[in-house]
Design a protein around this ligand. Structure first.
Ligand code: HEM
Length: 419
């Protein structure tokens, strides 16, 4: 078990491939104190994603994050409490609503990208992180320039490091979610974030222009539970932090991968640029984003802990273990994706992604709430970037996949030279 855990944390992909070669499309892994039945067959993935949410618990597997996200977080809840929070959060994330954010996303992207240096090598991922944080602050929190934006930004940055820096998340894992809360350094970081977020919620409750605002916090203030009651401050705080935690690094990393892959395929980059400059429909851009999320999914696995025994693919799996649809293996199935290691946006031009064969956002009632938001944001940022700047890789060798705390990033954070 310690051996599998060690290999998992450093060489997850090799381990997955080796196990699939040896055992087929279902195999068991023991990671930390957990047992996972890893699934690579789209039919089995479908069974999990369409299964009864009271049998397939996703929230339980995220309990580790509770001290950071809070007891009402969509990520850590299951069954009825999960569905009731999800009902409140879904409307603001509906695909059609994304148009409302286009102008603000484009304005932020244009301004940030303009400020990135030319002619020298540097890592793009931290810049993408700053960009996606700015977009979340404006569209999700609804904070405008000057309204305490700087203070909130600094506090949230420190908070995000706890979640995304492996050296900082490790103590949370080692000490456990209950004891970490009592440590002074942890309390200090959380207290500051809480103070600023609760102040923001209070100010928004008093705002006189609530109906005219289209940020997500303002919509949550107007949202009602099934019994007609409004969301409490504590619920709103937990969901705001959840959206930030789930949406910030994932999108920034996917954007970095898109650039890392594109700049090593100049002909594809040129095709994308031509489409963007012509102001045509985003056909190639959409396919590029889909292919990036297929080949370099930033999260490689999703988990559902079983509350009762379940049969999958002829195996009787016991309650208490987790089934783990492997995004990574599903996306590399050569029958669905010929030449699976190649970066080919073209493969999606005539074949839209399948519900159970393209799963970078998971699936079923736990499918990523921000899937439309993230793809829309990626499109806005990439369009702006290829229109404004020339891009070439800083080093000739493609970047390897590197596991940070949760996400899988380019080993050197997408080092490029812009012109
Ligand atoms: C490219 C960017 C992103 C990727 C690859 C991604 C991926 C994922 C994945 C794999 C899950 C778990 C799904 C499952 O268990 O079936 C998830 C859940 C979630 N994501 Fe994302 N995500 C991204 C961006 C975002 C954004 C921008 C937001 C919000 C602003 C967001 C909010 C959430 C939330 C709230 C959940 C929990 C849903 C639930 O449990 O009901 N994500 N995401």
């Amino acid at each position: 078990m310690p051996v599998q855990t060690a290999i998992w944390s450093r060489q997850a992909r090799r381990l997955l491939y080796a196990c699939q070669d040896r055992y087929g499309d279902i195999f068991m892994l023991k990671v930390l104190r957990e047992t996972w039945a890893v699934l690579a067959d789209p039919e089995h993935v479908k069974q999990v994603f369409t299964g009864d949410p009271s049998v397939f618990h996703a929230g339980e597997g995220n309990e580790l994050l509770e001290p950071l996200l809070g007891p009402h977080s969509l990520l850590t809840l299951d069954e009825k409490p999960h569905m009731s929070q999800r009902r409140l959060l879904l409307p603001p994330f509906h695909g059609e609503r994304m148009q409302a954010y286009e102008a603000i996303m484009a304005e932020i992207a244009a301004r940030e990208i303009k400020s990135w240096p030319s002619g020298e090598p540097y890592a793009l991922r931290p810049r993408m992180q700053a960009l996606t944080l700015e977009i979340i602050l404006r569209t999700v929190f609804g904070v405008r320039e000057g309204e305490g934006l700087g203070e909130l930004r600094d506090a949230l940055r420190r908070y995000l490091e706890l979640l995304t820096d492996p050296r900082q998340l490790l103590p949370v894992v080692a000490i456990g979610p209950q004891r970490i809360r009592r440590l002074p350094w942890f309390r200090r970081a959380m207290d500051r974030v809480d103070e600023l977020i609760y102040a923001e919620i209070a100010a928004r409750r008093d705002a006189t222009d609530l109906e005219r605002r289209d940020d997500i916090l303002s919509m949550l203030i107007a949202a009602r539970h099934e019994d007609g009651s409004p969301m409490r401050d504590a619920e709103m705080r937990d969901e705001l932090l959840t959206l930030l935690a789930a949406g910030h690094e994932t999108t920034a990393t996917s954007l970095s991968w898109a650039v890392e892959r594109l700049c090593r395929h100049p002909e594809k980059l040129a095709r994308l640029r031509a489409e963007a400059e012509a102001g045509e429909e985003d056909t190639y851009l959409t396919a590029t984003i889909q292919e990036t999320l297929r080949l370099r999914p930033v999260i490689s696995i999703v988990l559902r802990r079983l509350t009762e025994p379940v049969e999958v693919g002829g195996y009787e799996l016991p309650a208490g273990i987790s089934v783990a649809p492997s995004i990574y293996l599903v996306h590399r199935n050569p029958e669905v994706y010929p030449d699976p290691e190649a970066f080919k946006p073209e493969r999606f031009l005539d074949n839209p992604p399948g519900t159970y064969t393209w799963i970078p956002f998971g699936g079923g009632v736990r499918r990523c709430l921000g899937a439309s938001f993230a793809q829309f944001e990626m499109a806005v940022v990439l369009r702006e970037l290829v229109k404004q700047r020339g891009i070439r890789p800083a080093n000739p060798k493609p970047e390897r996949v590197f596991r940070r705390a949760i996400t899988e990033t380019p080993r050197h954070n997408a080092r490029v030279v812009l012109s």
